[in-house]
Design a protein around this ligand. Sequence first.
Ligand SMILES: Cc1cc2nc3c(=O)[nH]c(=O)nc-3n(C[C@H](O)[C@H](O)[C@H](O)COP(=O)(O)O)c2cc1C
Ligand code: SF4
Length: 498
Amino acid sequence: MAGSVEVDAWRVLPPKPYDSLADYIEVGGGAGLAATDAVEPDTIVEELAASGLRGRGGAGFPTGVKWRTIRAYASAVLRTSVVVNAAEGEPGTFKDRTIIRANPYAVLEGALIAARVMAATSITIATKAEFDVELTRLRAAIDEVRAAGWLGDVEISVVEGPSEYLYGEETALLEVIDGRPPFPRIAPPYRRGIDEVVAAEADAESGSGLSADVQMAGTDDSVAPPVLVDNVETMANIAAIVAKGAAWFRSVGTAESPGTIVCTITGDVEHPGVAELPMGTSLRTAIDVAAGGVLRGLEVGAVLVGVSSAVLTADQLDTELTYESMKAIGSGLGSAGYIVIGSSTDPVAIAAGVSRFLAIESCGQCTPCKLDGAEIAAILAKATAGNATTDDLRELEVRLARVADGARCNLASQQQAVVGSILDRFGPQVAARFEPGAEAVPIRLVAALVDIEDTGEVVDTRFVDKQPDWTFDDVDSGKTPVDRLTDHRSDETLEGAG
Ligand SMILES: Cc1cc2nc3c(=O)[nH]c(=O)nc-3n(C[C@H](O)[C@H](O)[C@H](O)COP(=O)(O)O)c2cc1C
Ligand code: SF4
């Protein structure tokens, strides 16, 4: 399943999974942690900044800058904490789970370095209750590093969160760790971290009990201290940078996008897979190396960048996998999960699949995101059924223009970016779907990945029955998830919501 293009180019995904901590140590594992203990924390932060590592969770924020900022906002009385974002739920993405399966030690070593640098005594690995394989692997690896004396005064806990896509959004993740549903917070630059007592007091003060009321980080004891949240792949890169230096890290990749990227390639390909490649590799090569190429006999029609950035067209397959090249063609690197779709699939069927996913997963704290998102999905579904008119297309454009108004998190902008790009890049085919007499086509299912097996990818088909209120009931309640789950906080849990 996993593959690498050059043996010496891999950084986080070894050609063969490590069987034990001893395997990892044998190839130099642990050197980053040892090096951390020998220098001042600021030296580590500046080395990370010099390496140019950018967050691999999707937003691509420079990791060194983030660490420097979190350190600057440390509280004088309360400890900063460290969180690993292992909630991977974007359709087309399976790279974090692949890393955890093959090399949980690098993730733990990176998090332990972060804890030393932030003077944190708590690391939380926030993953999903349904990720059985990863939970087992992580817990065993934690036991091994504990037995090896790597933890010092640090406690590592594992949170088994809900299946919702939104849980991976950083502030929703913190909400879940604090025991609430995955509803994103308002995003101040230095947000408050994990502290149930302080958060509960904030709830009590406002009386609403909503995530909206969990506000800013601070340097005194009146609010919770900052929390460092980094993605699994980001964390897995840290130890080797600390051990071998920024120049070594920059020896692969490009100046703006140094290092490697772990790509997931699924969809209409020979054998879906995950591969770690030097940044700057073309998407076409990634499809060949990770997935054996496009399904024989098919031509590429479109490639989805998960559900986060503009869709790519067949003439863009030679684009390099870098932040700058993807931006230059109006898209993004995202979390490097690429869904290849053959030209026989109608672009509107793809748009309808993406739109439905995002509309259902929207939490409803921002009205346009949930309601305009639902209407966009409904119009696109109508177009796939062959019943839509040019008035519907105009209505679709109006809804798309406002769906992200006042949005608290990026999910609504994703609706705009992906659906908007399909309308732009496949104009004539889209227009034809809104003409009388268009033939019905099936909506392309877009949902999270459960696994990538030898026989192919396993998509979470439970999603077909998921209602906009996040239940799997026969009939949708008509409530938004935020209304439903905050109305019933005492007797209803997210587990009940699926
Ligand atoms: C809707 C949504 C879902 C997200 N899901 C994930 C996820 O599953 N895993 C992840 O690492 N980041 C996810 N992110 C990005 C995080 O909010 C955040 O940028 C990331 O944890 C930062 O870590 P990094 O700097 O190491 O990338 C998501 C963002 C949004 C808006
Ligand atoms: S933008 Fe959408 S998903 Fe994000 S907080 Fe608002 S309603 Fe929820």
